[in-house]
Design a protein around this ligand. Sequence first.
Ligand code: CO
Length: 139
Amino acid sequence: MAAAFALGRLNHVAIAVPDIRAASETYRKLLGATISAIEDQPAHGVQTVFIELPNTKIELLGVLGDASPIRAFLEKSPAGGIHHVCYEVADIEAARDHLVAQGARVLGDGKPRIGAHGKPVLFLHPKDFCGTLVELEEA
Ligand code: CO
């Protein structure tokens, strides 16, 4: 019998922000964090800044383009806010099959795609997970 599915480590918390430059400076100056450069992610409609912490990462997400997936989020939360949490899984297709078999909804066409970190990811419907958008990343 296959081992029971289990979540892995927290990979990152993503925070949507209206001004990624200002948000980066807040993390750098006030919080003393080491931040990456701002990167455009045209395949995802966002700009990203990665912040490495000793035990996990924070990802700042800014709007890139009219079809940016965080535009609607920022309309509801203009000051920004936690957009999603990302958990690592050992096998993303096995995780998906396990979750779908129990009635959880996977966003999009259900096929893993390559996320901002170059690894396969899936997003799970927030209504099935305590009102939080959940990203799974194969680690
Ligand atoms: Co993410």
